[in-house]
Design a protein around this ligand. Sequence first.
Ligand code: SF4
Ligand code: ZN
Length: 332
Amino acid sequence: MSACLKCGLPAAMRMEYTMQDLCGGCFTAQFERRVAKTNRDFSLLRRGDIVAVGVSGGKDSAAMLYCLDKMAKRIGGITLKPILIDEGIEGYRNVAALKAQELCSQLGYTLQTFSYKELFSASMDEVMARRDELAQEGKEGFTPRISCTYCGVFRKQALNKAALGVGANKLAVGHNADDTAQTFMMNLMRSEPARNGPMGSAGGEEEPQEGFARRVKPLVYNLEIECALFCKLKNLPFHLGGCPYAGESFRGYVKDFLNGAEKNYPGTKFNLLHSFLEIQKGLNGGKSQKSAIAASREIPMAQCTRCGEKHSGRSTGGLCKACEFLTELQFA
Ligand code: SF4
Ligand code: ZN
């Protein structure tokens, strides 16, 4: 076995993209330093913040809650409120939620759960069953969409509602470097390069519009595989199973593609992440993200005529995207 590059102890893993061998202790310390760097680079947390931390029972959010807990104690004056969004996917989220519960108890937090069923009057299982029913009937004007298109819209709204519901001014989500590289690639492959501009790399909007919590992403400098390793080394509970609907997603395809590229060309994901950050600056016209966001705010937000949620105004009939989907699926 080779020796750890930093301390000389027996190495526990090899970081292929840097060709560094590290022991468990040096790896976890490096992981936490990257979270601290993300915090500095994007001004994520500060004293006085109430941060809703989105936990799912998975490895990314487990690593995030652990690191934020340490960081919050170090900085002081920060309150963390773990929240879980239950999509209503039997055999998946209900199992993962038990791990999230275990994690929160281990770290001394109370977990608050918000479900699609309560928020939108339909679980994801019901959404999928209704979609297939309507598609089979050949209902006129009905366009079936892939699972994650519905779920992504509902989750984004649910997370924001939950964050505001627990009185948070910030919402931390467990997006890692893989997720960012995938989103970047997906935007390019869909010919939507402008979406890489104001979407926010890790810090989101410094002063989000009224009705929105600022989304922060403390894990953007860490790979997904590193989150799993970190949880294992820190004995953090997490659920490994995948969503039964994930097979339909475009993200799943891009994820497999990038995993293959990373295997053959280590460093691909970080290269994409850095390209994204550079292109984002360019798309913002050399301006700071703050002024780019200010410019994007010249387009006024609309208020959903059904649920009152603020939205971009691009949906049809004055509805927010979630209500548009619920209406299509005849839940509203
Ligand atoms: Fe929702 Fe898609 Fe994720 Fe499943 S894979 S939880 S359907 S976004
Ligand atoms: Zn609505």
